[in-house]
Design a protein around this ligand. Sequence first.
Ligand code: B12
Length: 225
Amino acid sequence: MPAFGVLEALEEALQPSGIRLRGVVKFHDGEGPALADGSTARSVVLLGNVGGSIWPAFSDWRGAYAGDDPLDAWSKAVIGPIAKRLGATPFYPSDPPYMPFQTWAMRAQGLKASPLGILIHPEYGLWHGYRGALAFGERIEWKSLEADISPCDTCLEKPCLSACPADAISLSGFSVQPCRAHLFTAKGQSGCRASGCFARDACPVGAAYRYPTEQLRFHMDALFG
Ligand code: B12
């Protein structure tokens, strides 16, 4: 498929799922990930959710699914056939070896990491994620960077730092162990586990895109089983 029209075709095919185009990474020759035919990609199109955009379609689909990792399975069921049709090599964020989705997103969208480890978007805040990426041998042109400054740089109060009941968030990064331990306590079960990460929720950026409670609970359950 010629590069021209790929993004339009993708956007149309993904529309019912709520998965959105999230940026395009352009690679120098030989720098990109390997394609199914053994050559290297010149472009990777990032696909993901913005706020609760995928939740209605995913919830409908999930009713008939009894296997493990439903969100990953759904993402593959949606993105896989589209990749095939467009002649692209698909990558998924939870499949080892982990592909550098956040590094790609920083490059494609100019996003920066928040103290939580999640990339912060100037409009969607911490309420966005990646469901897959399609790698192409062609160069694909897309609009330029969405952002080149981080909202965290101008956030003076930084409520995320004090909202974590496990003190797992600091300016030097996110510590997995205290977060994990807290989620297994009674307070953690009825708190972050039931209603989503308190630190993520405390961020004032993109509050209108906050995930629905059911989605927050789903992600927290998926985090540490
Ligand atoms: C392993 C992993 C984790 C581990 C982190 C372990 C560790 N300390 O490294 C655990 C299980 C703790 C984790 C937690 C979460 N994660 Co996580 N995680 C991943 C995963 C699958 C692989 C990361 C990796 O190794 N990449 C490979 C390297 C080579 O890629 P990279 O882009 O160059 O590396 C970057 C990351 O490793 C990042 N990083 C380093 N330490 C940490 C720690 C955390 C917590 C995060 C989020 C990122 C991060 O820094 C690197 C450079 O910027 C990615 C998906 C992916 N393929 O990237 C998701 C991913 C990074 N996670 C994501 C999310 C949303 C979360 C959670 C919020 C899940 C939730 N509960 O909803 C939490 C965050 C904690 C919180 N309190 O909310 C999103 C981030 C989206 C965004 N907007 O940036 C990703 C991209 C998955 C997705 N489908 O979108 N995660």
